[in-house]
Design a protein around this ligand. Structure first.
Ligand code: SAM
Ligand code: SF4
Length: 332
């Protein structure tokens, strides 16, 4: 049970979900996420496992019961498994779920240790099952390594959800086959609209595919029943008939679900961003270094008062990104 008061923001929303971007670095360069020549943080700006865990523990004490490790690519850091192991000790003792979002290029090596740490579900980004299209979208990716990572996670007993960003003219013809493949494999599938976060080398508008359109197409090919499952995020869910899997649509552009938002995001530098699509933040690492857990608590409370009511995404042609930081900084 939390020892201090629960986290309730200025709009009356209770915050129970923390995402941690453990590094802004990545071995891939997905076109909608990053530019080809990214400037990453100097390594000495990244928090240590001890600092990340100490901050996460302040959140658990305040009622956060779900933590997702993300990035950049979380498995780029050799000590991410150690962080998972430390946070895993809180499972069943305040923390209900510890999970990760990964590109799976290094998952084969770490799946067993992550399962042993208590990770039961993982999100894997897979925008194409065609090796050439996969390489084109990620600029450098090797599809086989990702599939090996997925297989290793499955063997380790970790449930898998595939994240697929819907990209006009790039992978739109693969969406229905991806849903069929996920049903065969027993994987949930979440489709994501491209969000205007950080400068990339192209105009995202050219690739923006509204999920309303994708859903209309899928509904003609599959029997989809609305599912009331809610995570406090921007996703809406459907059940696929004659299968155990769930289809999620993450569509912050065509549908806004900020009213029920239950999450905050911490960067690897210890900045707590209160909204993916806004700049409001507080500095938790400085609070930890200068005043310890009591100062962190006060900074988190200040953050709660600054959490915006809603994001400010706009995907109009030529419009500047809603915020200058990339998704990899705050963790998807
Ligand atoms: N590297 C890991 C991965 O790709 O799974 C974790 C971090 S990545 C930033 C998390 C998720 O954000 C991925 O599913 C990715 O496809 C998605 N993503 C990245 N940039 C995005 C953008 N601009 N709009 C929508 N989704 C994005
Ligand atoms: Fe890396 Fe994930 Fe961004 Fe792709 S989406 S470049 S894998 S952080």
């Amino acid at each position: 049970m939390p020892s201090a008061s629960a986290l309730i923001d200025a709009h009356g929303r209770t915050i129970r979900y923390l995402r941690i971007s453990v590094t802004d670095r990545c071995d891939l360069r997905c076109r909608y996420c990053m530019s080809e020549t990214m400037q990453f943080l100097p390594r000495d700006r990244l928090m240590s496992v001890d600092e990340m865990a100490a901050l996460a523990e302040c959140f658990i004490a305040r009622g956060v019961n779900k933590i997702r490790l993300s990035g950049g690519e979380p498995l780029m850091r050799g000590d991410t498994v150690a962080l998972a192991e430390r946070l895993g000790t809180h499972l069943g003792r305040g923390l209900d779920e510890l999970t990760m979002t990964t590109n799976a290029t290094r998952l084969a090596r770490h799946a067993g240790a992550l399962a042993a740490a208590g990770i039961r579900r993982i999100n894997v980004s897979l925008d194409s099952r065609d090796p050439d299209t996969f390489r084109h979208i990620t600029r450098t990716g090797d599809l086989d390594r990702v599939l090996e990572g997925i297989a290793a996670a499955r063997s380790a007993g970790i449930a898998i959800k595939i994240n697929m960003v819907a990209l006009k003219g790039l992978n739109e013809h693969e969406i229905a086959p991806m849903l069929a493949w996920c049903a065969e494999q027993g994987f949930d599938l979440s489709l994501i609209e491209t969000m205007p976060l950080g400068a990339i080398d192209e105009d995202r508008t050219d690739r923006f595919l509204p999920l309303t359109q994708v859903f209309a197409d899928l509904s003609e090919r599959f029997t989809l029943e609305r599912d009331t499952f809610k995570t406090g995020g921007p996703a809406r869910y459907w059940k696929l008939a004659d299968s155990s899997i769930r289809l999620g649509l993450i569509s912050p552009l065509t549908a806004n679900f900020c009213d029920g938002c239950n999450r905050v995001r911490m960067t690897t530098e210890g900045l707590l961003y209160l909204c993916l699509g806004q700049d409001a933040h507080v500095d938790l690492r400085s609070a930890l270094r200068e005043g310890g857990p009591a100062a962190v608590d006060a900074a988190i409370d200040a953050g709660m008062m600054r959490k915006p009511a809603a994001h400010a995404f706009n995907i109009a042609p030529g419009a500047a990104p809603a915020v200058s930081r990339h998704m990899s900084v705050t963790g998807g």
